[in-house]
Design a protein around this ligand. Structure first.
Ligand code: BGC
Length: 355
């Protein structure tokens, strides 16, 4: 919906073409349904921190697919434009300016630098455009006190805790023989995501906290950032295997791409490798679980995030109460639950025939 040309028929436009035709015949002279049909396009501007990220690509694909379905369902044109911030906050702010100049109705923002949200929100507010942040969570001061600013994502600590539970279950399962050194201590390495990302900080902390809270003694052999990236993780892991070899009992990885990178290095190393766990449940990670290479992962609900963003955007565009469209918490947040995946429930997550 373009606010500048909003007409008295706009609420009805989404109810379908047949209704629109009836309205065209019935509407008062001030109401122009033919023009409405042309201009009542809802324009969604999507700004990504980078397009080159497996998880973000799947959120974007889900969103594009749902937009197409919604167009058919609602009989309404929805234009979705996706811009790649190329990991540069200045570039992303220029893209936001462009969306606003062109009269986009709602911004969906996967912000590059989560501490830089205030500038972006000020710009959108000046144009009276709502902003839905996703996946990269701005600091709460930037969200909580603003009107029509939202965040859709999953609670980072929950993702970390579930990953910790996967490892705790494995540690307690004697058949897996996780304590290879037999010293009663779990030796691990940690592949961290991008520094400063809420998921890096909290998944790293909580995955290990679950073990120590359960009384498991742990020893960190090494940890470093591989920036969510498979290639960087593989290089890091190759180095750690060189230094520690079979001493490494578990590889915690803040996401699946890096877990797959670790497995690349382990394959090249050759010996029976350590247990590896990730987060996201991307298609290649689930595939690696079905071949038994990856021990477990935690579903980061790309589809749920896309669904919530679209429902929120449609409600905002209609001027409806967003709390009626999504499970809105504290007036600004939609939280999607994580789910842990291991061999016991893998089948539920594999695409049909994936096994
Ligand atoms: C995902 C990562 C992704 C990152 C991007 C995290 O929630 O687990 O795979 O690279 O978000 O912001």
């Amino acid at each position: 919906m373009n606010r500048n040309i909003k007409s008295c028929c706009s609420r009805w436009a989404r109810r379908g073409p047949a209704l629109l035709l009836a309205l065209a015949l019935l509407c008062s002279p001030g109401c122009a349904p033919a023009r409405e049909q042309e201009t009542d396009t809802l324009r969604l501007g999507v700004a990504l921190y980078t397009q080159d990220d497996t998880f973000i690509s799947s959120v974007t694909q889900e969103l594009e697919r749902m937009v197409q379905e919604a167009e058919v369902e609602l009989g309404r044109k929805i234009n979705i434009s996706v811009m790649d911030g190329a990991n540069n906050q200045t570039t992303q702010l220029e893209q936001i300016d462009r969306f606003l100049d062109r009269g986009y109705d709602i911004l969906l923002v996967n912000i590059v630098d989560r501490t830089a949200a205030a500038v972006l929100i000020d710009k959108a507010e000046a144009s009276e455009v709502p902003v839905i942040f996703f996946n990269r969570q701005p600091v709460s001061e930037d969200i909580d006190y603003r009107e029509r600013v939202y965040y859709v994502g999953a609670r980072a600590e929950e993702g970390g805790a579930l990953q910790g539970e996967l490892v705790l279950d494995a540690w307690r399962d004697e058949r897996l023989g996780l304590d290879r050194s037999g010293d009663g201590v779990l030796q691990y390495v940690m592949l961290e995501g991008e520094p400063g990302h809420q998921d890096t900080l909290l998944r790293t902390e909580w995955s290990v906290k679950v073990l120590t809270d359960a009384g498991v003694e742990v020893e960190k052999l090494a940890s470093d950032s591989a920036n969510w990236n498979r290639g960087q993780a593989s290089a890091k892991m190759a180095q750690w295997l060189d230094w520690f070899g079979p001493e490494i009992e578990v590889v915690f990885s803040n996401n699946d791409d890096m877990a797959l990178g670790a497995l690349d290095a382990i394959r090249a190393w050759g010996n029976p490798g350590p247990l590896v766990v990730g987060v996201d449940a991307t298609a290649p990670a689930l595939e690696a679980m079905s071949t038994g290479e990856l021990y477990g992962t935690v579903l980061n609900d790309a589809r749920g995030i896309a669904r919530a963003m679209l429902d929120l955007a449609l409600a905002l565009a209609e001027g409806e109460d967003p709390a009626l469209a999504v499970d809105l918490q504290d007036g600004h947040y939609v939280w999607l639950p994580y789910q842990k995946i291991d061999w016991t429930n893998l089948d539920q997550f594999l695409p049909e025939g994936g096994r």
